[in-house]
Design a protein around this ligand. Sequence first.
Ligand code: SF4
Length: 160
Amino acid sequence: MLILAVSSCLLGNPVRYDGRSKGDPAIIAAPCRLIPFCPECGCGMPVPRPPIHCRGDRLTTTDGQTDWSDRMEEFVRQETLRLRQLGINGAILKSRSPSCGLTDTPQFDETGRPTGTGAGFFAARLHRLWPELPLIDEIAWNMPEKRAEFLSAACNFGIL
Ligand code: SF4
């Protein structure tokens, strides 16, 4: 059975900044062993919490007053080790999240002005530390062709 790490909020856990979840039925029903993780809770943020965003190369509250970058950098290192030890075959990440988003997370410059979209702080570093690990977000998971492509990569990743 495939082992997939999943952004905890996608499994229905109320860990988001607003105290809510974003449970995705098609992920919850996946015939895989699903391992939840939440980078923001993992690096010590409370629930609920002030919203954060990607500001320059930092991860800060949206008012720029609190900088979580160093704690998140440490969490990414520890979590990558934990997930390697668990033998995961891939990960499903929450789109648009400042931590978990893969490609569509809003980005801001050092003054807080929008600059476009890109990867979330955790996802970018996870990919840097473990580039072979298959990744997908819940939007692509709900597209049959993209899900099949991801599952094929995850199966091969387990064999290699
Ligand atoms: S998107 Fe990621 S960091 Fe945000 S609540 Fe979900 S699991 Fe936690």
